[in-house]
Design a protein around this ligand. Structure first.
Ligand SMILES: Cc1cc2nc3c(=O)[nH]c(=O)nc-3n(C[C@H](O)[C@H](O)[C@H](O)COP(=O)(O)OP(=O)(O)OC[C@H]3O[C@@H](n4cnc5c(N)ncnc54)[C@H](O)[C@@H]3O)c2cc1C
Length: 405
């Protein structure tokens, strides 16, 4: 008799979107699953993430839509603003038919993670072991399994380890090598946090102010009393910024002081936010997504950066394909990993592309550059060009054929 799902035990390192999505599908296939999340509790935070095309289809197939609808955002559009808050480049959602900068389904990252956690709890049925505040410190594999040592002490053996522990993945470092070997710096940093909604913000609209080498935006939240700040900085890489929120906030202050519109409100709210997030903009490329019985998923394996707008899409499509292939042949895990990679690569290649020429185009460094940017926005919005723009910027993965499991 072949191996059944219940005969194998899988460790998922990381309880973000990727880790929770794959755990959900593994549990539903009757596979014993342990999830290890380094944080002491589910991490809140993040602004709206897009579900479109294949990722929307996966959310539907995973039965997540009822949960998503409860906290789904109903964004009306996106506008640029000048120092006085006057709008330009106004793009109502219908301008690109839900295929523009605002996708047909938008939900805050923290809310989507909660939808996944609720579904995971429902699917657990005795097969789930979810551990917060712990992480892998050592990992050794042979032909039949992986011995994993935990920070909390103790070593356990698993049939497979899934590294879904984000851009700075420990699993990747232990199995593939140091982060720097696989990471490309994309020229800046990004920050997200929650703030009370300023009184003059147009409900349902995202607004963005760009100054030389920085932009900051305010984006609606599900709760109308709060909204999300999103800040991008174009600065040289500075390793000292890692794990130093005071230095990170100082960089933001340096760029936003005197930037007009709601700069002062955003900077003041930053110091009070309890979900302040700041990280490098980087891309991760691995020559292969797995080594033996360890496979990388989501940002850990194929980060494209929030600039792609596809991080969550890659995480949930990747999780669906990985769990689908594992469940198809639980007695041939290495075969499943190879098929998963073959199925997923065409999607990842497109999804990792950054639309619009990257950070130097998004954040010009001079007043002249800002003028050119304004002109480009105007051209992009011209009616005859809209279908092309939507395809180039937001429809990169439309041709991907999602496998069915
Ligand atoms: C708090 C937060 C806010 C974000 N906000 C946005 C946003 O607004 N827009 C956007 O485009 N992208 C955002 N991202 C990134 C986005 O979530 C990912 O690009 C995408 O969803 C892929 O998710 P992931 O699960 O691969 O990675 P992540 O979402 O980064 O999740 C990785 C998880 O692994 C955990 N972890 C890290 N190291 C370890 C370890 N050693 N052991 C165990 N667990 C570990 C982390 O705490 C985290 O929960 C955010 C990420 C986080 C963590």
């Amino acid at each position: 008799m072949g191996t059944t799902g219940h005969d194998i035990h899988i460790l998922v390192s990381g309880g973000g979107i990727a880790g929770n999505a794959v755990a959900l599908q593994l549990l539903r296939a009757g596979i014993r699953t342990t999830v290890l999340e380094r944080a002491a509790a589910p991490r809140p935070g993040g602004q709206a993430v897009d579900l479109r095309g294949a990722s929307r289809e996966v959310a539907e197939r995973m039965g997540l839509m009822a949960g998503i609808r409860k906290t789904q955002l109903h964004e009306l559009g996106f506008a640029h603003v000048d120092a006085q808050g006057r709008e330009f480049g106004v793009m109502p959602v219908e301008m690109f038919d839900g295929k523009g900068p605002i996708a047909d389904i938008e939900i805050s990252r923290g809310d989507l993670n909660q939808v996944l956690l609720d579904a995971v709890a429902e699917a657990a049925d005795g097969w789930l072991d979810y551990r917060y505040g712990d992480w892998i410190t050592d990992l050794r594999q042979d032909d039949s399994g992986v011995d994993v040592t935990f920070a909390s002490g103790g070593t356990e053996r698993f049939d497979l380890v899934i590294g879904a522990d984000g851009l700075h993945s420990t699993t990747r470092a232990l199995v593939f090598g140091p982060e720097e070997q696989f990471r490309t710096y994309l020229g800046g940093y990004i920050s997200f946090f929650t703030l009370p909604t300023p009184s003059d913000i147009k409900p349902g609209w995202m607004a963005l102010r760009t100054v030389p080498k920085a932009n900051f935006g305010i984006r609606p939240d599900y709760d109308p009393d709060t909204c999300k700040a999103i800040i991008s900085l174009r600065i040289p890489e500075d390793p000292a910024l890692r794990r130093d929120p005071a230095a990170q906030k100082q960089r933001i202050r340096d760029h936003l002081t005197g930037a007009g519109w709601h700069a002062e409100t955003v900077v003041a709210a930053m110091d009070r936010a309890d979900d302040f997030y700041f990280d490098i903009l980087a891309r991760v490329d691995l020559p292969t997504l797995s080594k033996g019985r360890v496979v990388m998923l989501g940002d850990a394996g194929y980060c494209g950066s929030p600039m792609t707008g596809m991080g969550t899409a890659m995480a949930i499509v990747g999780a669906y394909v990985l769990a689908g292939e594992i469940a198809a042949t639980p007695d041939d895990l290495t075969g499943a990993l190879a098929r998963h990679e073959q199925q997923l690569r065409p999607f990842l290649e497109k999804a990792q592309e950054i639309p619009g020429g990257g950070l130097s185009r998004m954040l010009p460094d001079s007043a002249f550059g800002l003028k050119m940017m304004r002109l480009t926005i105007k051209i992009m919005m011209a009616k005859p060009l809209r279908p092309l723009v939507a395809k180039m910027f937001f429809g990169k993965t439309d041709d991907y054929v999602l496998p069915t499991y």
